[in-house]
Design a binder for this molecule. Sequence first.
Ligand code: CMC
Length: 424
Amino acid sequence: MADKKAQLIIEGAAPVELPVYSGTVGPDVIDVRSLGTSTGHFTFDPGFMSTASCESKITYIDGDQGILLHRGYPIEQLAEKSDYLETCYLLLNGELPTVEQKAKFVDTIKNHTIVHEQLKTFLNGFRRDAHPMAVMCGIVGALSAFYHDSLDINNAQHREISAHRLIAKMPTIAAMVYKYSMGQPLMYPRNDLNYAENFLHMMFNTPAEVKPISPVLAKAMDRIFILHADHEQNASTSTVRLAGSTGANPFACIAAGIAALWGPAHGGANEAVLTMLDEIGDVSNIEKFLAKAKDKNDPFKLMGFGHRVYKNFDPRAKVMKQTCDEVLGELGINDPQLELAMKLEEIALSDPYFAERNLYPNVDFYSGIILKAIGIPTSMFTVIFAMSRTVGWISHWKEMIASGQKIGRPRQLYTGPAKRDLTR
Ligand code: CMC
């Protein structure tokens, strides 16, 4: 399917022809796979600034136009007209479900929401003040020790069962981690509630008091799940693919993804936004912190601003801002930290440094604010990102296994010492 050819001229050698492929939309790619064997050269692209690591049919992003499509559908339309489980079905299977398919899928997920009782004893091994992401990494990795009846990655049915188990159990595990940190009894899932309601129930209700879940908050939670469901070949998804390319089981691969997501440059940003707002403290300090963000000798960055791919605006942030307004309105919140966030957004957006570099608030700027307003503690923010992204990770993992991709094994530009003898 090479549409064009590219010619590479390496000084002192004959020109090399490389196939160029076109996707459905987006930039063409030059296939350099034969370069090493045909010329003895490798390409050099740390940070994958110009490298497509795989072929995929799941998600498309145009960072300049601020477009995000899942299986072709714009994220704004999914956020408005779909719900999280339907979006999960779409990501996993390629098409939106029929009414019957959706009912069956929802039923299947509900059938898998309970986790093995023994996982509770595993949880007890962690300190109560452990970061929830540390506990998530451990528990999700440990799922492979509990559900080894479906770990044959070469069996399509096993792959599907693992995908369903992960999507169903992540909210239960996330809520368990939170309740454990609070010293409260763990709550079992309730299958009469929808996915978002059930999560909020397990987080905030106790056996002593079961309060109804606010539909506005459940809707906002569902939107947060949809908006974080997938994002093409980001760092954590690429980690899942790389781990999966070795033949590792899906639970181990998702645990690797969770670890990669934890970093503040990626999923840890929503937590970092709130930590930063704490540090700024007051509207009167905004100018001082903006100056720090602009100072190249200062490591401080404005968390929740900028994106590797979106250099215009983050389409998820637009929807998230609207949801943020709805939630703050519903809760009638008058929180000085939230006011500070809104002021920071306003001042940064009108600052030439941020305008020239196309640094806009990203999805995590607003999701952190919404989660705080709902009452979710800062340390749980990235856990919620991990829960939502699990469907994206597992969809990419399934796609990769089905495509028979080779083990991921990058090469390097070695600049260490050449061979030397140990003379003594
Ligand atoms: N505050 C201040 N300056 C910034 C920021 C920021 N948040 N982000 C980028 N810049 C500057 C950067 O210093 C550089 O300036 P110059 O051209 O003068 O050297 C310019 O903007 C381009 O930035 P970059 O570092 O080359 O961009 P990148 O694509 O490598 O990094 C990023 C993208 C998201 C890691 C970075 O913008 C950042 O660290 N942002 C804060 C963390 C954050 O909010 N991350 C969440 C991303 S959204 C969730 C997800 O999808 O994972």
